[in-house]
Write a protein that binds this ligand. Sequence first.
Ligand code: PGA
Length: 251
Amino acid sequence: MRKKVIAGNWKMYNDIPASVKLISELKKNLAGLDLKAEVIICPPFTSLDTAKTLIKDSAIMLGAQNMYFEESGAYTGEVSAEMLKSTGCQYVILGHSERRTIFKETDELINKKIKKAILSGLNPIFCVGETLEQRENGTTESVISTQVSVGLSGLSAEDLKKVIVAYEPVWAIGTGKTATPEQAQQVHVFIRSLLRKLYSDEAAEGVTIQYGGSVKPENAALLLSQADIDGALVGGACLKADSFTSIIKSA
Ligand code: PGA
């Protein structure tokens, strides 16, 4: 059985007071629930330390939204894997489409980050996904195939166990347009077949593949009922404790 994982990507939202409020509400909502999924929150860097303290006595786990692959040095504005570990992070989102498009991150750079994260004991949430243009051109599979094979290049089957893959069609992120459960399932099956080719049946079967892109309380249950959808990476809907809780309950 693969573990189900629901992660909340806060993006660049919530200062410290707003983070305290959201985490406190979420904790209250989740208290006493028999959780069937792992729950991760990924606040901005500035709220990680506060979050670490607040989630201490809860089932919530902590992730960051990005990191750099060097250990330390003259990299103004960057944060290392070790620094994230020291703020209590167990996860880090890497290769998010906003990093790829706005900050021009390449598959090669993402690969370096993934390797460093694993070496440092962080579990990467590795995002892949096609744009609307690529989907309409019929290149979804080749785009995802490159993202997956370059992104995971040099990783052993043992390393792969630490990785969560998140399929996030770019056209569905923040747009309110969700992939249908069938569309998402189809790409999840494709990603798993790639992992089978790159590694083995056993390795591929063990990888948690999340869907992300306008996941909401209204569509979460149907998406999560698909055989190869093992969780969700939630943006907008994780910024309200009640809607995030309802998605967690769907899992
Ligand atoms: P969304 O974002 O749920 O707001 O579409 C998902 C993401 O960017 O991870």
